[in-house]
Design a protein around this ligand. Structure first.
Ligand code: ADP
Ligand code: MG
Ligand code: MG
Length: 889
């Protein structure tokens, strides 16, 4: 196996092997751009080192050969005293992990070669500055010396000279500093700073390998879901110097604004400095545009190169460059990260430039980015004080009074206050408070902390791990950097999309993207911004491309109308239980408690017109589009009073010797219906089979509503869906009754109705016997929430708060199976049921309802599984449309 590639050998497609940095350095070299020569040690070598604790046997010789070739090219030898070649040893993994791993510059400098460098450059100060940088970086990253020791020595040197910036230190000062640095190294490591240049290089290479498993790097990978076994490549790159005086410098540039997507000149430049100074923010940089004034030739060349790179990568690139005495060098490029808004704008701009086609444009944006753009946001023009920044854990903009415990959060929110729950970290005891709060702020924990996971599950704004905040829950206050104290009740604002924390109330404005979907802003209109324009175009690309249809989960006309505006092509799930709450609850209670047929019929009769009116409105809102109505699903006890409250009432009445026959009867009924596992109990089709007349009433309401709409020249397209079916017999019995009721309504109204009857597939047995079930079903809708619950044996209402955090932290799964469909388990049942169902009934309509219908990754799975549609909550519809388009490319 070959472990070392010269920059002239690789290309951009070898990221697995050469890492992103190495692959792109090679690509730029191939393009003929000015890249300092060098070579890359592969990730394979790193993997061997990490597995065995030793470099692969062949590595040393290969490095020697490539180093010799490099020395030949450069006409000087590594660390050679009179005319030294210097190199940087740079980490670079497949996925960029900014600042997480190590890089050492100026390798090859020593007591001997520093003099040579000074003569060669004709600049003593520069040479000693480079040497002190080497000892500092090498000492810290390779030898593990506490970096503060060097910083303190540097500060002391500046203080002694009464200057503030390090460029004010002259050669003599720097010589003294080098002596001080060397002493620090010797004292801390027990040996002298290595003078042999090859030893420096080998130690640095090893340090880069080891930095893969540094704590920072590991944490970052966990948060970003980057696999731990990829390893890093190591780039050995001949040094070019930005610190050779005012005609030298270093900078970063973007081919477009990564925040907005706007084309232009974006970046920062720092005169007379080496690369790490820009990142470290040691001195103030100037905007890149000023380079035109400082060094016009280099500036023009840089702009040309940026254009070459953009046309070549066909995407936004970011760039690191250095100018050495008026000569421009490219040190890094990659396809740059960008905000969600920039992603949409850049994708459409590139289409307009003819660089990419629509299908490629769709791959450049994600549903998650679209979702981000749909959250309300803080008014950018507001003048407020940002006090801290944590991890953007769950998007949204939340404003409220700071409270420091769950109890207060609940109490205050009950009295109508908006609160932000502030904790060091949350645990399951905080759940009530999290539900009550507008948003959650913690000072500890990352993207997989309890707070983050639970908040995302609830769709609640969350900023976690804001470590600058000192949260003191005992004294109910927190201290922000600078010492200001936020007491309980003080208003704060948190932005879950950026992680920013503000004191005071930041005004919230609706997202222009939602205004667009709602039809309140039109692309092309004067007030429409370019973002809306871009989103509009990407949505039409997606709609033109996708095969999956997208429906909404909606229970009332208002939601249905919104869903329609958002592009829903029907309703995939109308839950009828919501229609039985409120005033109607009493009627349901009476139905459940009925002792005689007359009593029961009376309640059903009272419910019928109410239920029918619901459907009339819904069919009107969705005129011409399918509306799938699920017959009553939840366990009956959900419609009865709480058992504890009722017991107390009965006991009190008894003690006071008041009449309480009704309460007692109710209590007995509640006891009778009480179940240990209600989600596995008397619900769904089982209810329909056990409570006489219930499903018949619902079917009649649907049929009569449809007939009424038809009479009004409407186009109702209802579909009747039976939940929780486990065997075809259940479905057959319900079907027979439904067919009879529909025939009665048809006869009574003289209208021909077409009301397909289908079932949910949400129990493993239903999926396994889907071939039989399809005999009695005209459509299937996969209820993947219950299916996940029953396949895994997880109680969906409990797991998030109890053990999912632990599971996520242990990496048992990367994401909750309730959030993204578990392809291997639940997904294979879905696929099997699709195949079996279609074998029985080739025109079987197939859809999915449930949270997964709006989850990007799951949408791709449903596309591949061959479903006809996904159904999701109205707000997720644009996301599902976009992802369905992306899946079809
Ligand atoms: P990171 O991945 O953290 O950006 P890099 O390997 O890119 O680390 O290097 C850190 C800094 O050092 C960057 O600003 C880079 O431009 C600069 N640098 C790296 N190699 C060289 C070199 N051979 N000559 C000059 N500057 C360099
Ligand atoms: Mg870099
Ligand atoms: Mg269900």
């Amino acid at each position: 196996m070959k472990f070392v590639y010269d920059f002239t050998e690789g290309n951009k497609d070898l990221k697995d092997l050469l890492g992103g940095k190495g692959a792109n350095l090679a690509e730029m070299t191939r393009l003929g751009l000015p890249v300092p020569p060098g070579f890359t040690i592969t990730t394979e070598a790193c993997k061997v080192y990490l597995a065995t604790g030793e470099e692969p046997a062949a590595l040393r010789d290969e490095v020697s050969a490539h180093l010799a070739a490099l020395e030949e090219t450069m006409g000087k030898k590594l660390g050679q005293p009179d005319n030294p070649l210097l190199v940087s040893v740079r980490s670079g993994a497949k996925f960029s992990m900014p600042g997480m791993m190590d890089t050492v510059l100026n390798i090859g400098l020593s007591d001997a070669s520093v003099e040579g460098l000074a003569r060669q450059a004709g600049d003593e100060r520069f040479a000693w500055d480079s040497y002190r940088r080497l000892i500092q970086m090498f000492g810290k990253t390779v030898l593990g010396v506490d970096g503060d020791l060097f910083e303190e020595a540097l500060d002391a040197a500046k203080a002694a000279k009464k200057v503030t910036v390090d460029t004010d230190l002259d050669a003599e000062d720097l010589k003294k500093l080098v002596t001080a640095f060397k002493k620090i190294v010797e004292k801390e490591t027990g040996r002298a700073f290595p003078q042999d240049p090859r030893e420096q290089m080998d130690l640095a290479i090893r340090a880069v390998f080891e930095s893969w498993n540094g704590e920072r790097a590991k944490l970052y990978r966990r948060q970003e879901r980057i696999p731990h076994d990829l390893g890093t490549a190591v780039n050995v790159c001949s040094m070019v110097f930005g610190n050779l005086g005012p005609d030298s410098g270093t900078g970063v540039a973007f081919t477009r604004d990564p925040a907005s997507g706007q084309q232009g000149v974006y970046g920062d430049y720092l005169q007379n400095a080496q690369g790490e100074d820009v990142v470290a923010g040691i001195r103030n940089t100037v905007p890149l545009a000023e380079l035109e004034r400082i060094d016009k030739a280099s500036y023009d060349q840089l702009l040309r190169i940026m254009e070459i790179l953009e046309n070549h990568y066909k995407d936004l690139c970011d760039i690191e460059f250095t100018i050495e005495r008026g000569k421009l060098w490219m040190l890094q490029t990659r396809v740059g990260k960008r905000t969600a808004a920039a992603a949409f704008r850049i994708a459409t701009q590139l289409v307009d430039q003819g660089l990419i086609d629509e299908a490629e444009a769709l791959q450049r944006v994600t549903g998650a980015q679209l979702a981000q753009l749909m959250f309300p946001r803080f008014d950018e023009n507001a003048e407020v004080k940002q006090v801290a920044r944590g991890i953007a854990a769950s998007p949204g903009a939340a404003v409220g009074k700071a409270v420091f415990d769950s109890y207060t959060a609940v109490k205050w929110s009950r009295s109508g206050e908006k609160v932000i729950l502030v904790r060091r970290e949350t645990n399951p005891d905080d759940l009530d408070g999290m539900i009550a709060a507008e948003g959650i702020l913690t000072s500890r924990g990352g993207k997989t902390s309890h707070a983050a996971v639970v908040a995302r599950g609830m769709g609640k704004t969350c900023v976690c791990g804001a470590e600058e905040l000192e949260v003191d829950t005992k004294r109910r206050r927190m201290t922000v950097p600078g010492g200001q104290v936020v007491e309980e009740g003080d208003v704060i604002s948190i932005d879950g999309s950026t992680g920013k924390v503000y004191l005071g109330e930041v005004p919230v404005v609706p997202s222009p993207v939602v205004e667009y979907f709602e039809g309140r802003m039109h692309p092309g209109a004067e007030d429409a911004d370019e973002l809306v324009e871009a989103v509009h175009r990407m949505m039409s690309f997606a709609d033109r491309t996708r095969r999956l249809r997208v429906r909404a989960n909606a229970d009332n006309a208002e939601d249905a109308l919104r869903a329609r505006r958002f592009g829903a092509q029907g309703i995939g799930l109308c839950r009828t239980e919501h229609m039985f709450l409120g005033d109607r609850r009493e009627l349901v209670e009476r139905l459940i408690l009925a002792d005689t047929e007359e009593e029961r019929d009376a309640s059903l009769k009272a419910l019928l017109p109410l239920q029918k009116q619901d459907f009339v409105e819904l069919f009107e809102a969705m005129d011409g589009l399918p509306v799938t109505i699920r017959l009553l699903d939840p366990p009956l006890h959900e419609f009865l009073p709480d058992i504890t409250e009722l017991s107390v009432r009965v006991a009190l009445a008894e003690a006071r010797q008041e009449p309480h026959e009704n309460e007692l009867r109710l209590l007995q009924a509640v006891h009778r219906l009480h179940e240990q596992n209600p989600m596995l109990g008397l619900r769904g089709v089982r209810l329909g089979l056990v409570v006489p007349g219930l499903f018949a009433m619902q079917v009649r309401a649907i049929a009569e509503a449809a007939a009424e709409r038809k009479a009004a020249q409407g186009d109702p397209r209802a579909e009747i869906m039976i939940p929780l079916v486990g065997t075809v017999q259940e479905l057959e019995i319900v079907r027979e009754e439904a067919d009879r009721v529909i025939a009665e309504v048809e006869a009574a109204t003289g209208t021909k109705l077409s009301l397909p009857i289908g079932t949910m597939i949400e129990l493993p047995r239903a999926a396994l016997t889907a071939g039989q079930i399809a005999e009695a079903a005209e459509f299937f809708s996969f209820g993947t929430n219950d299916l996940t619950q029953t396949v895994w044996g997880f109680s969906r209402d409990d797991v998030e708060a109890s053990f999912f955090t632990a599971y996520l932290e242990k990496g048992i799964f990367g994401v909750s199976p309730f959030e993204t469909i578990d392809k291997d388990g639940v997904g294979s049942l879905v696929k099997a049921a699709v195949a079996a169902g279609r074998a029985t009934r080739p025109d079987l309509k197939l859809g999915v309802c449930g949270e997964h219908g709006g989850d990007p990754e799951s949408v791709h799975f449903f596309h591949e599984a061959g479903l006809d549609y996904v159904s999701c909550s109205p707000f997720r519809i644009p996301v599902a449309r976009l992802e369905a388009g992306r899946a079809a490319c």
